[in-house]
Design a protein around this ligand. Sequence first.
Ligand code: RB5
Length: 146
Amino acid sequence: MLPIVIASDHAGFSLKEQVKKHLEEKGIEYKDLGTNSAESVDYPEYASKLCKEIQEGRSDLGILVCGTGIGMSMVANKHKGIRAACVSDVFSAKATRMHNAANVLCFGERVVGAGLAFELVDAFLSTEYEGGRHQRRVDMVNSFDK
Ligand code: RB5
């Protein structure tokens, strides 16, 4: 399995660091694409950097953290082949893998606490896309890439 990629802006930096520790404790390999401090940066830059890692085949799944998760998901979903979901509940974190074949999980440090963030990550990373009846719809989603 390729390493998962993770990135944040300044507003998601602290939670990203906590999520990294959580991944380490679980033995999950990751690549941190920044940011590396709480100094103000622009979330579109970090979302795009992460999406390129997936587009270029160096990773299959990513995690983006900003203040809300929303800006990151907006940017990510403008990248071909990226299906990003901004979630703050465990059911949605699982369902978006099963039904939407989401490949990027987004959440907000100003929205979820660390405990819930870890649950979102665990649910997202341990759930497989179901395929089958969902594939036609995922193909439709992907058709808007063109
Ligand atoms: C930064 O203040 C904040 O706007 C950003 O982290 C994010 O929440 C945008 O969607």
